[in-house]
Design a protein around this ligand. Structure first.
Ligand SMILES: NC(=O)c1ccc[n+]([C@@H]2O[C@H](COP(=O)([O-])OP(=O)(O)OC[C@H]3O[C@@H](n4cnc5c(N)ncnc54)[C@H](OP(=O)(O)O)[C@@H]3O)[C@@H](O)[C@H]2O)c1
Length: 333
């Protein structure tokens, strides 16, 4: 089968299309024929070697897959050939024609202990490609908005990188809560996309200073929450857009890592960091999962922003890092 492999961390072109054997079926395994593989920004960070965990080489990227079950191992009773599933595979390897998802914890290449894959049976009416828009990002956004921030209905919030995979899901959830969401974007297309997702205001940060604009929009009152996956200098500027007791939820650093200076402001605010791994076995994750399944049932799912051929994984990473994708980017074998 075909798979994407990284032999050396670095630029997108280090992602090579290779022929390898299909994964050997294990007792606890569910072999999925890939319809689409999802990309997340962390894949690009791991490819560059800047992810918070070391990239073990050779690395087969991709943690999200959707497709049909082809075979199951002898110990698997919950899934059968032909089932339509989407799965989060912690050991990666989803940029491939076939993916082995495991239903039990196991040892990965290099000796690391891996939790079981998170396999979701798709409702008949759920579009496979759209399910990947939600599989990671909706649940993580739910953990942030409901689990960690506990945003109250109608709260005023700012969403950085609002048209991205995480940002768009935070906007969907904020809209469900009736929040007044201020979306920070970098193009007029992104602004239009965020308005469709329910953003009350959009600020193009390439044209306008967002700190001034947020203070103007709120008559100096500020917002209760900033959801920030951008980092860079925004981490030291966000305190100036917060109301008293406001919170910055810092979950990423696409604009780089800059130390936070707590003495640069004199207000009463909180900086909360976020690592999804800490939430997986908590009731907050169960709630996020239920919310995603209910979202699937409601339908009218946001489609992926772009679908590219598996063989163009390198080009896909380039486009993702150049900010050319609105929402979710998928690879199709
Ligand atoms: N801590 C965790 O557990 C966790 C979980 C999920 C995600 N994350 C992290 O969160 C971050 C965002 O993830 P994602 O999946 O939403 O990524 P994404 O889909 O690529 O979206 C990134 C967003 O950030 C914007 N952006 C990129 N560079 C920027 C810059 N220099 N200044 C301002 N905006 C910029 C992009 O806008 P343009 O389109 O205009 O470039 C895009 O809207 C990543 O760092 C990811 O690793 C962490």
């Amino acid at each position: 089968m075909r798979a994407i492999r990284l032999d050396e961390t670095g630029p997108p072109e280090n992602l090579k299309l290779v022929e390898i054997d299909e994964p050997a079926l294990t007792e606890d395994g569910v072999l999925i024929r890939t319809a689409f593989a999802g990309t997340i920004y962390a894949d690009a960070e791991a490819r560059r070697g800047t992810y918070y965990k070391q990239t073990k080489l050779p690395w087969f990227p991709g943690r999200e897959v959707t497709g049909a079950v082809e075979k199951v191992g002898s110990a698997v009773t919950q899934y059968a050939p032909g089932d339509r599933v989407s799965a989060l595979v912690f050991g990666a390897g989803c940029y491939a024609d076939k993916v082995l998802a495991r239903t039990a914890s196991h040892e990965a290449q290099g000796g690391a202990r891996m939790p079981p894959s998170d396999i979701i049976r798709l409702p008949d009416a759920t579009d496979a490609a759209a399910s990947l828009v939600y599989l990671i990002n909706y649940r993580l956004a739910h953990l942030l908005v409901h689990g960690w921030a506990r945003v109250q209905p109608e709260a005023r919030i700012v969403v950085h990188g609002a048209s991205g995979g995480m940002g768009s899901m935070i906007l969907e959830l904020a809209n469900e809560l009736g929040c007044e969401a201020i979306a920070l974007v970098r193009t007029s297309d992104e602004a239009e996309f965020c308005r469709q997702l329910g953003a009350a205001h959009c600020i193009d940060t390439t044209q306008t200073d967002y700190v001034e604009a947020v203070n103007e929009l709120t008559d100096g009152a500020g917002v209760s929450f900033s959801f920030n996956g951008v980092g860079g200098d925004t981490i030291n500027r966000d305190p100036r857009i917060l109301a008293a007791f406001g919170e910055i939820h810092l979950y990423g650093y696409v604009a780089g890592k800059i130390p936070f200076d707590p003495f640069a402001n004199d207000g009463s605010i909180a900086l909360k960091t976020f690592n999804a791994d800490d939430f997986f076995r908590t009731p907050m994750f169960a709630a996020a999962n239920d919310a995603m399944l209910a979202r699937f049932e409601r339908g009218n799912l946001l489609p992926p922003g772009r679908i590219m051929p598996l063989a163009q994984a390198a080009e896909a990473h380039r486009a993702m890092e150049a900010g050319e994708i609105r929402g979710k980017l998928l690879l199709e074998p």
